[in-house]
Ligand binder design. Sequence first.
Ligand code: SF4
Length: 427
Amino acid sequence: MNVHDSEHIRGVMEEAGFLLGGSPADAQVIIYNTCAVRKSAEDKVWGSLGSLSSRKKDGQTVVVTGCMARKYGIEFLRKGKTVDAILGIESISRIPELASMRISTPFCELVSTWDSSIESLPTKRTISTKALVPVSLGCSKECAYCIVPIVRGPERSRKPGDILREVLSLASSGVVEVVLLGQNVNSYGHDFSGGINFAKLLRKVADVPGIKRVRFETSHPSDLSIDIVDSIAEIDEVCKHVHLPLQSGSNKILSLMGRGYSKEEYEDIAQEIRKKIPGVTLTTDIIVGFPGETEKDFSETIDVLGRVGFENAYLFKYSPREGTRASRMFVDDVSEQEKQHRLEILNIVQERQTMRALESLVGSTLEVLIENRARKGEYFLGRAPGNQVVLVGADGLREGMLVSVRIVKAGKHSLRGVAEKVVGRSC
Ligand code: SF4
């Protein structure tokens, strides 16, 4: 969601005549689009603002937006004179005006309503044929560790008509892949009475002419209904990839986290997904070192990781987020050293699984959507339906092409392949 907000910021700035700068030193306006989900992300922002304070030039405007702006507000102004404006993400259309008027008094605008008007702002995407489309905003779950409901508000679904109009317009501009975004994307439509739900939305989006691929994230295990699993299995355009955060393999920790499912329930859903969607890629998020996590709890997480056999996993160390239930109720009692140790063990286990999953694809032919040129210019970077990154020789290819690719090699995190034939292209 944060990446998508940045696309709007770039769109707004470019429409107002600003260009993306090479370095902060040359910039007229420096924008921090911040994330508050993890402490390490916040520390980077504070560190960067600290080092900018001595280098800031006359006439430069520094803007902080995103979730840290909402969380810390005018605290940014108390920490020195570096920041000129603090804006809620809903107010980013004001950045060009603020940058042009050379602010003399620090400015703070954090409106208390969350709406989807940001979706009508211009967008500048890094991949021209792939678009992020939020379908719901905020989250109404109450996971103990999570700051999202506090900084993004309760869950609100966008109107299906607005979403479909946006997808139609994206398709007519050459977009072939859309990624439907929601903090808890599966519960889309719970706040409407018209019978629309996420399974139905998937079908409607996949039916838009020109859309060849539909992805979605992030799913919550409690809201991934059989209806949704069936839709993923049945609709050709929907990529066979489900990102389903597990967070812990211990029932005790899951209950403390307030996730609303047990490990057995999670494994049942995972099994159902694998049974109904052959060849599906199943990925997850896991937090290690949540308060109260013992060696035994941690080993249960390793066990579930192995039993489900995730193709990939994003692994994090717990860090208390001020304002969350976990930070109020629990002592952060797993030492930093122990968290690091558990993270490294889990990383080793998962890397082996990822490697095995990638190796199993060598010799197969996958449909790859070409996204952009790899840093080594002789290759294009594309994605297989299971979201694996595939490097393909660049001859005769261009962005937006759907190419049938024979996989010849597996690396640690990506595949290498040879293009056999073009099976489709963007307009
Ligand atoms: S479902 Fe996700 S976004 Fe919502 S509170 Fe839980 S972790 Fe946070």
